[in-house]
Design a protein around this ligand. Structure first.
Ligand SMILES: [Ca+2]
Ligand SMILES: [Ca+2]
Ligand SMILES: [Ca+2]
Ligand SMILES: [Ca+2]
Length: 350
């Protein structure tokens, strides 16, 4: 880089054969530079401190010390990004230009990542020096050893911003209901888009569930957002009511009361049943008589009901309070309306 070192001084031969070469000139170096390492982002400030010294034996004129940014540890000033520079006053031999803390801005549009910095004295190559190859802070030459101080100017302490999918309210499809939660969005100011994961993905039982979505950036900061999943049951049970004939004659007969209820969610809905207003149980045998007068009696433990029509009414209620009813009716064949013969029937209603 640049011109060869200037020769200087005088030579003289007096007695013995000896060769003495005098060289004289300034030698600019950067013995201290900070920071060599930055973790930051484009548009943000970076603070730079350097010492530029003249380790030569002649004064140096004013010079320029320039700062470079590189995405690799090897900084080549010829291709590295220039962050800034400062003017260095003329320096006497052995004199330093004191440490300066200068604020520079990292170029906007720089890719996210870790960058390395270097400072080079006489970056304009306007000063002829004894050594032109030791001007940068990364030089480890005899005349100068730069002290580099790793410094993370900006630590990432900001968690990603997580946006959870919309809350979901869904009708139960079973005791456990599969739910498509959707996808959360996570953006980190430094790392960019990240993947967010849910702490639970179902299937979900009846009720309200808090799903926590989280994403963690490269520095270990975790951002979260919550999504509420509500599984509801608005569907009543299905109810079956039957009066099954066991032994039926013209105007009296024996029947079996049969009923049941099933619910998508509740395995045991509450069921109650009445026959012409009298409570009956599933499987119970009852005796029905055709009679103008209504009467309910128990004989030898058997329920006997007199009447013209008979109705079994069954109601079932699930745990969410949804109720449904079903009924079964029966009428004996009547002499007066032979053409309106009625048999046991069942019907379902909600
Ligand atoms: Ca030099
Ligand atoms: Ca030079
Ligand atoms: Ca972050
Ligand atoms: Ca239900």
């Amino acid at each position: 880089m640049g011109r060869p070192p200037l020769g200087g001084g005088t030579t003289g031969t007096i007695l013995a054969e000896a060769e003495v070469i005098w060289k004289g000139g300034p030698d600019l170096v950067v013995p201290f530079f900070m920071p060599p390492l930055i973790k930051s982002q484009g548009g943000k400030a970076v603070f730079i401190t350097d010492v530029t010294a003249n380790t030569g034996n002649l004064a140096s004129p004013a010079s320029t010390t320039r700062y470079y940014l590189s995405d690799s540890k090897t900084v080549d000033p010829n291709i590295a990004t220039v962050v800034g520079e400062r003017l260095v006053d003329p320096l006497q031999p052995g004199q330093s230009s004191g440490a300066n803390t200068l604020k520079f801005t990292i170029p906007v549009g720089l890719q996210a990542g870790t960058y390395y910095m270097a400072a080079c004295a006489d970056a304009d190559q306007g000063v002829a020096e004894l050594n032109e190859d030791n001007n940068c802070s990364f030089n480890q030459l005899q005349t100068s050893t730069s002290m580099v101080v790793p410094l993370e100017t900006v630590l990432d302490v900001t968690p990603p911003v997580v946006t959870a999918p919309a809350d979901i309210s869904i009708e139960a499809a079973a005791i456990l209901t599969p739910v498509s939660l959707g996808v959360a969005v996570a953006i980190d100011a430094k790392d960019g888009p990240l993947t967010a994961t849910a702490d639970k993905t179902g299937p979900f039982a009846l009720g309200t569930h808090v799903v926590t979505w989280s994403a963690t950036d490269a520095a270990g900061n975790t951002g979260t957002a919550t999504q509420i999943v509500t599984v509801v049951d608005t569907t009543p049970p299905k109810v079956i009511a039957q009066l099954i004939p066991v032994d039926v004659e013209e105007d009296e007969g024996t029947f079996r009361v049969v009923f049941s209820a099933t619910d998508i969610v509740d395995p045991n809905p509450v069921i109650s049943a009445t026959l012409n207003g009298t409570a009956v149980s599933n499987g119970q045998i009852v005796e029905l008589n055709r009679d103008e007068d209504m009467e309910v009696t128990f004989e030898h433990g058997k329920l006997k009901i007199k009447g013209m029509t008979f109705e079994l009414s069954v109601t079932a209620t699930d745990a969410s309070g949804n109720a449904a009813t079903a009924s079964a009716t029966f009428s004996f064949r009547s002499e007066r309306d032979d053409d309106k013969t009625s048999h046991g029937e069942e019907s379902h209603e909600s």
